[in-house]
Write a protein that binds this ligand. Structure first.
Ligand SMILES: [Zn+2]
Ligand SMILES: [Zn+2]
Length: 155
């Protein structure tokens, strides 16, 4: 997203829109950004400085680490804040794309779970235990197997 500072008036202004560019290369793999990133920013043109604050949001699909199913979650960056040096406000064009990306990715869960009550896959037979029980004996699974089995299923 390019912010054309030369077109801003002094004082605080609201800038709002959708940015596709941020997520163009985040459309494959386990994490997929499903919508453009919506930004709602207040921009302060100060002497020698541009202060940008606001909120970013988008919908992202993740793969559950327990059951390996995809699920979509609303991602919200509630406190996007950046200050940019502004030697000449008339000609300055700020590219906020990388900063949008950085803050958005930082809010992704490191262990995405489709829901807290997700029971995951049986570590022995791979049955999705959210759907039905299997007949494998319980109680002596080795920690870590669940994740390994989940990996094999998706390959
Ligand atoms: Zn799950
Ligand atoms: Zn089983």
């Amino acid at each position: 997203m390019i912010l054309d500072v030369g077109r801003l008036k002094p004082g605080t202004q609201l800038v709002e829109g959708d940015e596709e560019e941020v997520i163009a290369d985040l459309r494959d793999g386990a994490v997929k950004v499903e919508t453009p990133i919506h930004y709602r920013l207040s921009v302060d043109l100060l002497p020698g400085e541009v202060l940008v604050r606001g909120v970013l949001s988008c919908r992202v699909s993740f793969v559950c680490v327990r059951c390996t199913r995809s699920f979509v979650r609303e991602i919200l960056v509630g406190d996007f804040v950046r200050s940019y040096a502004c030697p000449d406000p008339l000609t300055l064009k700020l590219d906020l794309t990388d900063d949008f990306r950085e803050d958005t990715i930082l809010t992704f869960p490191s262990h995405p779970v489709c829901r807290e009550t997700c029971r995951g896959l049986c570590p022995r037979c791979g049955q999705d235990l959210n759907e039905k029980e299997c007949h494998c004996p319980r109680g002596f699974s080795v920690p870590g197997w669940e994740k390994l089995d989940a990996l094999n299923l998706t390959e």
